[in-house]
Design a binder for this molecule. Structure first.
Ligand SMILES: CC(C)(COP(=O)(O)OP(=O)(O)OC[C@H]1O[C@@H](n2cnc3c(N)ncnc32)[C@H](O)[C@@H]1OP(=O)(O)O)[C@@H](O)C(=O)NCCC(=O)NCCS
Length: 180
């Protein structure tokens, strides 16, 4: 019988710790989501505290429902919360898909940190959770996010429209297991 996969609660990468999100992460995550440079990626105004709390609550509910969700990303060198990265199930093209997402504090961009976090979540999704496929739904024009998707091995599938907005839908399938 195939071994039952164990799902790690915390992931360590060379520079980062990805730990389960907590209800009291709001203050630290506001440094990400109240920043207009970050929120330009979503075309929505910066979050206030109430928006942040609702967003965290939604993720905690998702975590409970599916057993996975978004991690809080901590830079180990300083202990600072610098963003989130993880998985969210969403309805895309009439199908429920697992989306790999990431958002970082803008003062920590361009250091390869999102790629490092996203690659670790990709490995969790395929190796421990055994999900068959991952997608990245990216607003068209978000070049840094597209680049992260490409660097972790995703390719462009389609350019769907949702609520009047065009997206790049990136995706990748779980690699076939290497025969023993
Ligand atoms: C997307 C995001 C997480 C990337 O974080 P990051 O840590 O800077 O990403 P990385 O350093 O790992 O990689 C970014 C890549 O994009 C490239 N890039 C950055 N700005 C770019 C731009 N304006 N045009 C083209 N490429 C760009 C970088 O050069 C790098 O690629 P490279 O390694 O080949 O040089 C960060 O920009 C962010 O939080 N943006 C706002 C939220 C967001 O867009 N989330 C994703 C929603 S789909």
């Amino acid at each position: 019988m195939a071994p039952i996969p164990t799902v790690p609660r915390t992931i360590e990468t060379p520079r980062l710790t990805l730990r389960p999100m907590r209800a009291d992460d709001g203050e630290a995550l506001l440094e990400v989501f109240a920043d207009p440079r970050v929120m330009a990626a979503f075309g929505v105004p910066p979050f206030d505290r109430a928006d942040m709390e609702r967003w965290i609550r939604r993720n905690l509910d998702h975590q409970e429902r599916y057993g996975y969700g978004l991690f809080t990303v901590v830079l180990r060198e300083t202990g600072m919360v610098i963003g989130d990265c993880g998985l969210e199930r969403m309805e895309i093209g009439g199908e429920s898909q697992a989306e790999l997402g990431y958002d970082l504090r803008s003062d920590h961009w361009h250091r390869g940190l999102a790629t490092e976090a996203a690659a670790a979540v990709r490995d969790l999704a395929f190796d421990a959770l055994e999900l068959p496929r991952l997608v990245g739904l990216i607003r068209r024009g978000n070049a840094p996010s597209r680049r992260v998707a490409e660097k972790i091995g995703m390719t462009l599938d389609s350019e769907p429209e949702r609520d009047g907005q065009r997206y790049w839908l990136y995706g990748m399938r779980r690699p076939a297991p290497v025969p023993a």
